[in-house]
Write a protein that binds this ligand. Structure first.
Ligand code: FAD
Length: 438
């Protein structure tokens, strides 16, 4: 395993973090731990959106599937994120067109549209009640960024026939968000937000109903690749499988060096205020929309069904979370909403996501029978769900979408594993400093 184990360093071992989402679920759904050696056609490491979605799709097609989760289903980013089911990729379409040409840009766009559809259709198919609500506002922090965003909106309407989006002038925006921070924005009705822990638990329940064997508190320590892969768990048992899917994202450590050289963990933080009452919350954020701004380290926020503000913002580039996450995120929240100075903060937590050098996801064929998708770079709620499906399609014999994503050039971070993290830290600090001078 990695020298510093992100699976344990910031959270109580084998438990979900103490987040608002944990508080909001009626009942924690628990799974057993593996207590014998096991053989399966498919073994998946990691029970987040990527792993559960892949497992569910493959089980629906008749494969035997086992999922091994080091902690709990939804322990990773999937059970603790901002819940924003965004459109597109991390790059805007104009940038993708410049880089890859229009034909490929169209495929990137279709994939991102399919990703949102997959999330919604899973909710409907399995009756997952996860408080989904449509509408994300992308808010910009200066005139230049607003003009660029408006160009992107025009482009999406004209070339991609995407009509579920509208521009918001500064005065229109201020009728929805009562802050001086933003200059303009757009409202995307085709995107939305949800409680991610409820959704990931729903995926787990659906997978179980489809005979996926899910085991918690099973940390994979070693993989021996072969025609049959041997996966060794910390409690001494092994799983032998024909296919292996590595779905560990930011929590991978050094389990698979090919992936960890290209996919780097970073930490991001969220708080939830006390219950504010409908009128008070509406006075500074109305219509139940979620908001994400375009800072290099974005602020993202939304109302909860019980009228709290869920506010995410701030990253850190050390392995450990800050000691006082409430204070850390509150500072960012007060820059957007100084009127919340006297508001109590009820919950604050952190999570680890994964970024690639160019911020596009890394779909990898590690061996002929070993696949992975990760590094969604903060835009993975919808994409990771589809990524699981795309890996399942590959195993079922349809390689088209996997090959497309696998052809995105994702370079390793410079330096060996000792130097990658410090270099990333320097790079990220530089960009986050630029935010201050925008
Ligand atoms: C604070 C935060 C806010 C975010 N907000 C948003 C947002 O609003 N919108 C958006 O699109 N994206 C957001 N993201 C990103 C998004 O959550 C992720 O891209 C997505 O959840 C990745 O899912 P995953 O299944 O690939 O990884 P994860 O959910 O991280 O799952 C990986 C799992 O693998 C397990 N694992 C790792 N190693 C082992 C091992 N050796 N053995 C067994 N199990 C192992 C872990 O325990 C974990 O459960 C956010 C992320 C964070 C952290």
């Amino acid at each position: 395993m990695s020298k510093i184990d992100l699976l344990q360093i910031n959270d109580p071992k084998g438990e979900l973090p103490d987040s608002f989402y944990k508080y909001s679920i009626k009942k924690e759904i628990k799974y057993p731990t593996l207590s014998k050696n096991y053989k399966s056609q498919i073994c998946i490491i990691g029970a987040g959106f990527t792993g559960l979605s892949a497992g569910l799709c493959l089980a629906e097609s008749g494969f035997e599937v086992i999922i091994l989760e080091a902690n709990r289903v939804g322990f990773g980013a999937s059970g603790r994120n901002g819940g924003q089911v965004g459109s597109g990729q991390r790059w805007d379409q104009e940038k993708i067109e410049k880089h890859f040409g229009f034909k490929k840009a169209k495929i990137f766009w279709e994939i991102s549209q399919d990703a949102k559809k997959e999330v919604i259709s899973r909710m409907k198919l399995h009756n997952i009640d996860c408080d989904f609500s449509p509408g994300i506002i992308n808010a910009t922090i200066n005139r230049k960024d607003t003009n660029n965003l408006f160009d992107e909106v025009n482009n999406l309407k004209k070339k991609y026939q995407y009509t579920k989006i509208q521009k918001l002038s500064s005065s229109e925006l201020s009728t929805i968000i009562d802050t001086e921070l933003y200059y303009g924005g757009c409202l995307d009705f085709g995107a939305g937000h949800m409680n991610p822990l409820k959704f990931v638990q729903g995926l787990g329940t659906a997978a179980k109903k489809n005979n996926v064997q899910i085991f918690e508190k099973c940390c994979v320590e070693k993989i021996d690749y072969g025609k049959k892969n041997t996966i060794s768990i910390s409690n001494g048992y092994t799983v032998v499988s024909d296919y292996l899917i590595i779905a560990c994202n930011g929590y991978l450590g050094n389990l698979e060096p090919n992936i960890s050289s290209r996919v780097m963990p970073i930490n991001n933080f969220i708080l939830t205020t006390e219950v504010l009452g409908n009128n008070l919350l509406n006075s500074f954020l109305n219509n139940n929309y979620a908001v994400a701004d375009n800072k290099f380290v974005p602020n993202y926020f939304r109302p909860s069904p019980d009228n709290r503000l869920i506010f995410g913002g701030g990253e850190n580039y050390t392995y450990r979370f800050p000691k006082d996450i409430k204070t850390f995120v509150r500072k960012k929240m007060l820059k957007v909403y100084p009127q919340l100075e006297n508001t109590r903060i009820d919950f604050a937590w952190g999570g680890t996501l994964a970024v690639t050098r160019n911020r596009l996801p890394y779909f990898a064929k590690i061996q002929p029978n070993v696949f992975s998708a990760s590094g969604y770079s903060g835009h993975g709620v919808a994409l990771s769900v589809l990524a699981g499906k795309i890996i399942a399609e590959l195993i079922e014999g349809d390689s088209k979408r996997f090959n497309f994503m696998n052809n995105i050039p994702i370079k390793p971070f410079p330096g060996n594993s000792n130097f990658q993290w410090p270099l990333l830290v320097l790079g990220m600090l530089w960009y986050s400093l630029r935010d201050r001078f925008k």
